[in-house]
Ligand binder design. Structure first.
Ligand SMILES: Nc1nc2c(ncn2[C@@H]2O[C@H](COP(=O)(O)OP(=O)(O)O)[C@@H](O)[C@H]2O)c(=O)[nH]1
Ligand SMILES: [Mg+2]
Length: 235
């Protein structure tokens, strides 16, 4: 099985080079796709330079900051076209440890969607202010209650899809962008009856660069769960 790790980037110049190197060294069975939104700090150019020297590195350049969800959707479509068997999501800021990748690859042989979970063994988040941790923790309880999807970490962004899951979801009708995007993908995969599992991960707050989280992203997720529950089921 051959896979690709899709990494959306916006201003990640301190992280990108080491991230690509560490990621590729974890398994010979994966490539990496950077989806850069014309980062003002030059992340896209750095990635492009590395890609020229290494055929396992691909880059999609978008004209401007258009959000995490749409970056993933473009990456997923590209990965399907290139015939990868599985597709991973991972952040560029080392909050997700590339060394966990082999555990995902092992599980994806048995499951359709493998989710890296911060909330299966209690709470495994390092260096978040308590306010952010509480927000995330209660947002997950809220999202789980409203949607009825029995996943402990619905908003996490370290995960692995079999290509069949992405093929079966109508990616053009995805409504959301931030944390809501993660909830929406999980919801759709669950409703289609795919086999889902969670594996414990330790999430470490970024050491370099800055977060793009915003109030808007939180509110989007707040409302999305009701749309999923009561909205038209055109997925
Ligand atoms: N391409 C793209 N990447 C983004 C965008 N917003 C965030 N990212 C990337 O998505 C990942 C997670 O974002 P981050 O700011 O760390 O969010 P946080 O971990 O929730 O604080 C990082 O790799 C960011 O560079 C965007 O609008 N476009
Ligand atoms: Mg982050």
């Amino acid at each position: 099985m051959k896979g690709v790790v899709v990494v959306p980037t916006y201003n990640e110049r301190e992280n990108i080079e080491e991230l690509i190197e560490k990621t590729l060294s974890t398994s010979p069975d994966i490539d990496i796709l950077i989806v850069d939104d014309n980062s003002p700090d030059g992340t896209g150019e750095i990635a492009e330079k590395i890609a020229k020297e290494n055929p396992r590195v691909k880059v999609l350049h978008r004209p401007g900051k258009m959000g995490l969800g749409s970056a993933y959707v473009e990456g997923f479509k590209w990965a399907l076209k290139e015939n990868y068997d599985f597709v991973m999501e991972m952040d560029a800021d080392f909050s997700h440890n590339p060394e966990d990748i082999p555990r995902f690859i092992e599980k994806i042989k048995e499951y359709d969607l493998v989710i890296g979970s911060r909330y299966t063994d209690g709470v495994s988040v390092v260096n978040w202010p308590i306010s952010r941790l509480l927000l995330s923790y209660f947002a997950n309880i809220y999202a789980r209650t409203v949607t009825g999807v029995p996943i402990m970490d619905l908003t996490g962004g370290f995960k692995c899809f079999r290509r069949e899951v992405l093929e079966s979801i109508n990616l053009d009708t995805i409504m959301s962008d931030g944390y809501a995007f993660q909830i929406e993908m999980n919801y759709r995969a669950y409703k289609k009856g795919f086999k889902i599992t969670e594996i414990p991960i330790i999430f470490i707050e970024r050491r370099a660069g800055s977060s793009k989280m915003s109030k808007k992203i939180v509110w989007e997720a707040f409302w999305l769960v009701w749309k999923l529950r009561f909205g038209r089921k055109n997925f």
